[in-house]
Design a protein around this ligand. Structure first.
Ligand code: XMP
Length: 518
């Protein structure tokens, strides 16, 4: 745990064992929506480690593997004998059946999508729910016989054991996915597991999170001074407001203008935080320093590393000017922590606020949002009274426009991208689409193409528009922007931004692409 991270010890906790599918995060969020704290842990966790977490319940997630595969995922068998209420979902359901002596068969046909579930026996999970209901399936293997001591409680046409439970041992399994919205009554099933099987108390509320964070920050900081890197984005704003609530004037916010910001962003940050929040704010102009560090660099990971390190160095220098500053606030979120490889997930990019920190950093980190998903951060922000324009602001990466410029980052190329980006934003806002989209922005690639403008031939850059919908940035789809909006953006960018003669639209989803281009 880093300093200032809310101690989650007072909340009942459910562990979500991650078998490698993207469902683990969704399960963790659904549990939290039921006001119970959840934490994702790798499938290699041992029974002893589970005990250290002291959870009130365990959920085994779905996964891509088959219990018959050579590299089938297993869990420490001891975990199922700890007496902690456990729910297996999809692959987790099969792991329970296989591990406790039931039977799992490989079906000829996979069962994907909608299925009609029939309740066939008395069930804690399904209590009070309709006898027939729609659930969502995604599996090939299926449990054909439950382990000794388990009652079969529901079936579908292709899954004779779609739900089973052993109430004495507090172990439950469902073949379908209660966490997805297509399983219409799924959240109620999860609540039955949480409140009745686990007896979890619904204390993980936004007010509860704030109270806990404020206490944690106060006790780790004492009367010391804390520096906070404020970018004007949702995460750093909420982190700053939380810390400000805890320690008031002991907080000094530092806004580093690295020259990689969007149009007018510096002015906005000044106005909001100095005028409305009355926070101590130091505005550092460091464009030249960042641009000279980035000169000639084209490799994406190297750009990120340079920006991350320069960022921290600038902070350290400011910190020495601010007497006795010993802590640095960062708005790191739970998905950043998982995506950077800490929880059995592959490393995709080193997000500069986690992986790229220099090892000899002199400030201790305070990360009040490290346990939170984005939707929780927004809710906490609203609860703290942060204005809507900030709370609902689209995410912007720490390394700024540098990860949206393919090839070398120069002042000239930044100015082109900044001007085009402002037009994308204006038109998206004018069309009323801003909050519907996860992100919408412009990219500047390292190619040029031939065009004709007026009487002359041009050889200029294209601008690529990227607009995506997403729940949490782990997966994303390209947004179906109306043609009229695309048309307005295209004609304005080409007419108003010198150096651009073509506009293209990125129609890639994540995966296999990522949201940013670098
Ligand atoms: P990708 O490109 O990996 O981005 O699909 C996922 C989300 O993360 C944002 N992003 C970052 N945020 N520091 C950040 O704070 C970073 O280094 C960084 N890189 C990407 C990106 O904008 C998207 O919302």
């Amino acid at each position: 745990m880093t300093a200032g991270q809310a101690s989650t010890g007072d909340f009942d906790k459910v562990l979500v064992v991650d078998f490698g599918a993207q469902y683990a995060q969704l399960i963790a969020r659904r549990v939290r929506e039921a006001h119970v704290f959840s934490e994702i842990v790798p499938r290699t966790i041992t029974a002893a480690e589970v005990r250290e977490h002291d959870p009130v319940g365990i959920i085994l997630s779905g996964g891509p593997a088959s219990v018959y595969a050579d590299d089938a995922y297993e869990i420490d068998p001891e975990i199922l004998s700890l007496g902690i209420p456990t729910l297996g979902i999809c692959y987790g359901h099969q792991v329970i059946a296989d591990g406790l002596g039931g039977e799992v068969v490989r079906n000829d046909v996979a069962e994907y999508g909608r299925a009609d579930l029939k309740v066939t026996g008395s069930s804690l999970l399904l209590r009070g729910l309709p006898e027939e209901q729609v659930v969502w399936m995604s599996h090939r293997d299926a449990v054909s016989a439950p382990p000794h001591g388990f009652a079969v409680t529901a079936a579908t046409a292709d899954s004779p054991v779609a739900a089973m439970e052993d109430r004495e041992r507090h172990i439950y399994g469902v073949q379908f996915h209660p966490e997805v919205v297509h399983t219409v009554r799924g959240q109620e099933m999860l609540k039955h597991f949480l409140y009745e099987a686990c007896r979890a108390r619904p204390l993980w509320t936004h007010a509860g999170i704030i109270e806990q964070s404020v206490d944690a920050v106060r006790s780790s900081v004492g009367d010391g001074t804390v520096i906070c890197g404020l970018s004007g984005g949702v995460d750093s704003s909420v982190a700053a407001a939380l810390v400000h609530k805890a320690i008031g004037d002991q907080l000094v916010c530092v806004f580093v203008d690295h020259g990689l910001l969007r149009k007018d962003e510096g002015v906005q940050v000044e106005d909001t935080f100095r005028s409305s929040f009355h926070m101590n704010l130091i505005h550092v102009q460091a464009e030249d320093r960042f641009l000279s560090a980035l000169a000639g660099v084209t490799e994406p990971e190297q750009k990120r590393k340079i920006i991350g390190e320069t960022f921290i160095r600038v902070f350290e220098e400011v910190a020495t000017e601010v007497s006795d500053a010993r802590f640095l606030v960062q708005g790191t979120l739970y998905p950043d922590v998982i995506e950077s490889g800490t929880a059995d997930a592959a490393k995709i990019k080193s997000h500069h606020n986690v992986g790229g920190l220099p090892e000899d950093m002199e400030l201790s980190l305070i990360e009040p949002l490290r346990d939170l998903f984005k939707d929780e951060v927004r809710a906490v922000g609203e609860e703290l009274g942060i204005p809507e324009e900030i709370v609902w602001r689209q995410p912007f990466p720490g390394p700024g426009l540098a990860v949206r410029i393919v090839g070398e980052v120069t002042k000239e190329r930044l100015d082109i991208l900044r001007a085009a980006d402002a037009i994308v934003l204006e038109e998206v806002q004018r069309a009323g689409l801003y909050t519907e989209l996860w992100q919408s922005f412009a990219i500047l690639p390292a190619i040029r193409s031939v065009g004709v403008q007026g009487d002359g031939r041009t050889y200029a850059y294209p601008i690529i528009i990227r607009a995506v919908t997403s729940e949490d940035a782990m997966t994303a789809d390209w947004a179906r922007l109306p043609y009229e909006v695309l048309e307005r953006i295209s004609s304005r960018v080409i007419n108003e931004v010198p150096g651009v003669n073509r506009v293209a639209y990125d129609i890639s989803s994540k995966p296999p692409a990522t949201i940013e281009w670098e």
